[in-house]
Structure formats: structure tokens, C-alpha cells
Design a protein around this ligand. Structure first.
Ligand SMILES: *Cc1c(COP(=O)(O)O)cnc(C)c1O
Length: 375
């Protein structure tokens, strides 16, 4: 658990676990199905530069990002394989996307026309993936109206545009009780059948949960995100190997006197004999403030309660039951220490959110320190 001695807090990210989680997705969908790792939001907060360094070795068919700037970042890292921008793209960013050879998801004829215009201006063919909305609602051509918009899509291929893919997005593949993915898949097929795609079109629908729960709809490729980065996909029993650990150092220890108050609002009052450790991490680093007086940390392999409110830069834990704990000790807020583990899901639950939000909310102030251990 040693790291840069200057860091007050950091995120440890394990490359071997990322690789193995990808391997689990690959096993679930079988050979012949392409992988499109979703590396949006700085690879779910863990650091896209190192993440793609690992993923490149796995030969993905493409990468998925949400924004043109994220695609440009991949190009600047020297990534030459296809990169698909999945969120609808602002018109102002389309030319640059085409210049950088990014493929755009399109949701309406206007987006196709804008892309064709950009391709003309830039003087190169632009790739696109047709999104079909089968119930997610935020983007995509309406699956019911394929006969209306289909001709425009069919005609687009060739005229400066390259129709590379077609996809939909499941809204509840992470919920065991939901049968909605079946319905969405049927809707997707209905719309697809009304189109005349070019040979070799890449068809895809599954996120992490979809790939694990319904690999029969993996089609040409799957788009896993959260599972790669160590987050469970909803209520699926498959547990990924943890990838990210959040650790910080004890920067000060004090013996509190009974009645001493702690933190903003003085919400914790010392009982006799309490030892308090100030830890160099706070909500300004993405540690949810809602863990104040509720969450825990790990010190020397033992669980210790977070006491008082979490400040922007500091958190205090009660180390009364950890003999010998001292300044410089590492506190684990997410991850394992000895036999004990705090999962990202445990933190998310306490913070009334989901693992995705915890990971993507980890602050820029925390250096990402990559290891290659496996766990
Ligand atoms: C984020 C995203 C995914 C990945 O979803 P996970 O639940 O993280 O696996 C897949 N497809 C699209 C279109 C996305 O935006």
C-alpha cells in the first residue's frame, strides 16, 4: 500500500483487474462478438490515458465516449481505431469530430445532414452509427417510424458518409425483474428490418448488464462500462474484480476529551477515551459528504467510523479501537485492507446513489496511481 509519500490521498487503479473484468465480459458473450469499451468521463473517473493503455492490448473493435472532446483526447493519445461519440453532438463540434475521424451517433435526419455538411467541408468521409430509440427516450430515431426516417438513412451511406453501425440502449438490463430488454430488442429488430444497411454493419445493444444478463442479444458488439471499472452492474450476481481503491493518510491524531465537539455543526461529541484521526480527504475529493457520521474507513485492517461532518478537505475517523494507529497511516475509504473491504457499492448505498456516480465523482485532486496486481 505504499505510494507517493507526498500524496495526502489518491486513487489506486489496478490494470490486471480491469483486464480480467473485460475478459469476463468476453467470456459471457463468446468469441466473435466485438468489444466497445466505454471510456467516457475519463474512463469512469479512473483515468482514460492509462485505461486505454491497458485496453489497447485487448484489441477492442472501437471505443465509446460521450463527447467530441473525449474522442479528441483518444486521438491525441495516438489511438487510431474507431471511436464512437454516443451522446448527440452539438452542431458546433461536428466539423472537428469529422476532422479527427470520430464516428458520431445520429438520432435524427438533421444530425445526418449536419454530418454530411461537415464531411463536405472537411473533405473526408464521416462515419456514423444510427441510434434507435426503443424506450430510453433521451436519443435515437423512434423505432416505430423507421419507414419514415429509414430512406434518409439508407441514402446517406456513400454520399460522403459511412454508415458503420446501428444500436439501441437498454434502460433496465440491470434489474432482474424487468422483461423490458426483451421488448426493446424486439422493437430494435423491427426497426432494423425496415432498413437497408450496408454489409458489415456493426449492430450493438448491450451495456455491462446487458452483456452479462442477455448475451443472446450481444449481436456484433457490446458496450461495457461500469463492470470493466469494478462496479457491479445493478443487481446482477456477477461481481467484477475491484479496480479502484480510494486511500488517504492520517495527517493528525489527537486524544479527545469527553465533551469535545467535532466538525461543522459540532455533530459529534466525544465520549470518554476517544482517539480521533484527521484524514486528508474530503468532499472536495469526491468523498460523499453524506458519509459524515455514517460511513467507515479501514485502518490497519479494521473498520473505523467516520465521525462528524465531512469537510471539503478533511475527514475524521475514530481510531479508539485501533491500537498504534498514528499519523502517516493509510486509511482506505474504498477498497480492501487486510481482510476488510469497503466496496464502491457500500459507499454508493450510504450516499443514496449508484456506483457510477461515486467513481465519476472522484476528484481531480486525487492522483490516479496505477498498479498491475490483480486481486
Ligand atoms: C455509458 C454507456 C454504456 C455503458 O453502460 P454501463 O452500464 O456502464 O456498462 C453503454 N452504452 C451507452 C450508449 C452508454 O452511454
Amino acid at each position: 500500500m505504499s505510494t507517493d509519500l507526498r500524496a495526502r490521498a489518491w486513487v489506486e487503479v489496478d490494470a490486471a483487474s480491469l483486464r480480467r473484468n473485460l475478459g469476463r465480459i468476453r467470456e459471457a458473450v463468446g468469441p466473435g462478438v466485438g468489444l466497445i469499451p466505454m471510456v467516457k468521463a475519463d474512463a469512469y473517473g479512473l483515468g482514460v490515458t492509462r485505461a486505454v493503455g491497458v485496453l489497447e492490448g485487448e484489441d477492442p473493435v472501437a471505443y465509446g465516449v460521450a463527447a467530441v472532446d473525449e474522442g479528441i483526447e483518444l486521438r491525441e493519445l495516438g489511438i487510431t481505431r474507431p471511436v464512437v461519440v454516443f451522446s448527440p453532438t452539438d452542431r458546433g463540434a461536428v466539423d472537428e469530430a469529422v476532422r479527427r475521424g470520430l464516428s458520431l451517433a445520429v438520432s435524427d435526419p438533421e444530425a445526418l445532414a449536419a454530418l454530411a455538411g461537415a464531411a463536405g467541408r472537411v473533405g473526408t468521409a464521416a462515419g456514423f452509427h444510427v441510434e434507435i430509440d426503443t424506450g430510453m427516450g433521451r436519443a435515437g430515431f423512434d423505432w416505430r417510424d423507421a419507414s419514415a426516417w429509414g430512406p434518409a438513412v439508407n441514402a446517406a451511406h456513400g454520399q460522403g458518409l459511412r454508415w458503420e453501425g446501428c444500436f439501441t440502449h437498454f434502460h433496465s438490463a440491470d434489474v432482474a425483474a424487468s422483461d423490458s430488454a426483451r421488448n426493446q430488442w424486439a422493437r430494435f429488430r423491427t426497426a432494423l428490418d425496415a432498413l437497408e444497411p450496408p454489409p458489415g454493419l456493426l449492430v450493438h445493444a448491450c451495456n455491462s448488464a446487458g452483456a452479462l444478463r442477455c448475451p443472446e442479444w450481444a449481436a456484433g458488439a457490446v458496450r461495457p462500462g461500469i463492470f470493466l471499472f469494478g462496479g457491479r452492474a445493478g443487481d446482477l450476481p456477477d461481481r467484477p474484480l475491484p479496480v479502484a481503491s480510494v486511500r488517504a493518510r492520517i495527517t493528525r491524531v489527537r486524544e479527545a476529551r469527553a465533551g469535545d465537539t467535532l466538525g461543522y455543526g459540532a455533530t459529534h461529541v466525544a465520549a470518554p477515551g476517544e482517539r480521533w484521526a484527521t484524514v486528508g480527504i474530503g468532499y472536495g475529493d469526491g468523498l460523499p459528504r453524506s458519509l459524515g457520521n455514517r460511513g467507515q474507513g479501514l485502518v490497519r485492517g479494521r473498520r473505523v467510523p467516520i465521525i462528524g461532518r465531512i469537510s471539503m478537505d478533511m475527514t475524521v475517523v475514530d481510531i479508539s479501537r485501533v491500537p498504534g494507529a498514528e499519523a502517516g497511516d493509510v486509511v482506505t475509504l474504498i477498497g480492501s485492507d487486510g481482510e476488510e473491504t469497503i466496496t464502491v457499492e457500500e459507499v454508493a448505498e450510504l450516499a443514496s446513489t449508484i456506483n457510477y456516480e461515486i467513481l465519476t465523482g472522484l476528484g481531480r485532486r486525487l492522483p490516479r496511481i496505477w498498479t498491475d496486481h490483480g486481486s
